[in-house]
Design a protein around this ligand. Structure first.
Ligand SMILES: C[S@@+](CC[C@H](N)C(=O)[O-])C[C@H]1O[C@@H](n2cnc3c(N)ncnc32)[C@H](O)[C@@H]1O
Length: 309
């Protein structure tokens, strides 16, 4: 099954007459939709079922060794260097990022390095090669994974890891507001949602997925999202049955199904006031990497309070 976002969909976004300042950059960038080639000796399994065999059931996708099976480089090599500089050309203030479903933080740290142009073992967050200052808040529903992330973080001053169920509206709002207010802000510049949507969808149903996407889009100016294709849903449900567990509550009743990258694109663009900026291609394990931009009025770059400073 082809799960990449259809070219027609991406092409529409590239050619959009809407003003988008880094347009030329993105046009050139997006005109080469890539498919990452498998690299190295470890063959990435085709789905999360395989990655999960070792730890047994992981009902939220909270696999303890996830990055061994889906290494960060598989995603990072699709993202062009200098992305932050081009998305935020005139922002002198620190950029704020949110990584939802960060697992034990391997991808978060790798993203941080990649976006700032920091090579492993070289440079420091105080002197990023990219000239940008980035603070990342990374959250996961699994406290054990978060503890591991905190213990191994090479950038404790710039990357914060927190145990948070992003679907728990009672705790997420005060928690995220409190983080943002430390910077005098009310939204993030960019959010990352990498291989998380299926777990939200399976555990919270169609309504949960739509609510999650609406919440995320209200929180950020840009959203980089890597949806799992439908075949992963089937594999996750099959795995649960093999383990003798009940099916995911919602699996059989999901009306949002099929080409998940396209369905999520539809939800974000029709219901969440976002536009598709770029499809960066898809990973060797067949997941598209999509960048969206908010059209919402509360994402005007600078907050009014900051303009006065
Ligand atoms: C498949 S892993 C992806 C990890 C990482 N983003 C990556 O792509 O390498 C999905 C992660 O989402 C987390 N997750 C699932 N539901 C969540 C929720 N409601 N709130 C926060 N994290 C959640 C899981 O615990 C798991 O670590």
């Amino acid at each position: 099954m082809q799960t990449s976002v259809p070219m027609t969909l991406c092409a529409r976004a590239y050619l959009s007459p809407e003003p988008f300042s880094p347009g030329t950059f993105l046009l050139s960038l997006c005109s080469r939709p890539a498919r990452a080639q498998p690299r190295g000796k470890m063959a990435a399994p085709t789905n999360e079922e395989d990655a999960a065999l070792e730890p047994g059931a992981a009902p939220y996708g909270n696999f303890p060794n996830y990055s061994r099976f889906h290494p960060p480089e598989g995603r990072l090599r699709l993202l062009p260097g200098g992305l932050l500089r081009r998305l935020f050309p005139s922002d002198a203030r620190p950029l704020l990022g949110l990584d939802v479903g960060c697992n034990s933080g391997e991808l978060s740290v790798a993203l941080y390095r990649h976006l700032l142009g920091l090579q492993e073992g070289k440079g420091s967050p105080e002197q990023p090669a990219d000239g940008k200052d980035l603070h990342l808040l990374c959250c996961d529903i699994d406290p054990v994974l978060i503890e591991r992330a905190q213990q191994s973080s090479p950038f404790p001053n710039s990357i914060s890891f927190a145990n948070l169920d992003i679907m728990d509206s009672n705790s997420r709002e005060p928690f995220l507001s409190s983080y943002l207010s430390r910077f005098g802000r009310s939204t993030f510049d960019i959010s990352f949602c990498m291989s998380v949507t299926m777990w939200i969808h399976l555990n919270h149903g169609d309504r949960g997925l739509v609510e999650f996407l609406a919440f995320l889009s209200s929180l950020c100016r840009y959203l980089l999202i890597e949806p799992q294709p439908w075949k992963c849903y089937r594999a996750a449900a099959r795995r649960l049955r093999k383990l003798g567990r009940n099916d995911f509550d919602h699996f059989r009743s999901l009306a949002i199904n099929g080409d998940m990258a396209e369905r999520i694109t539809q939800i974000l663009t029709r219901d969440c006031a976002m536009e598709l900026v770029c499809c960066f291609g898809s990973t060797s394990w067949d997941r598209s990497l999509l960048l969206f931009k908010s059209n919402g009025s509360n994402h005007e770059g600078r907050e009014p309070s900051e303009q006065q400073q």
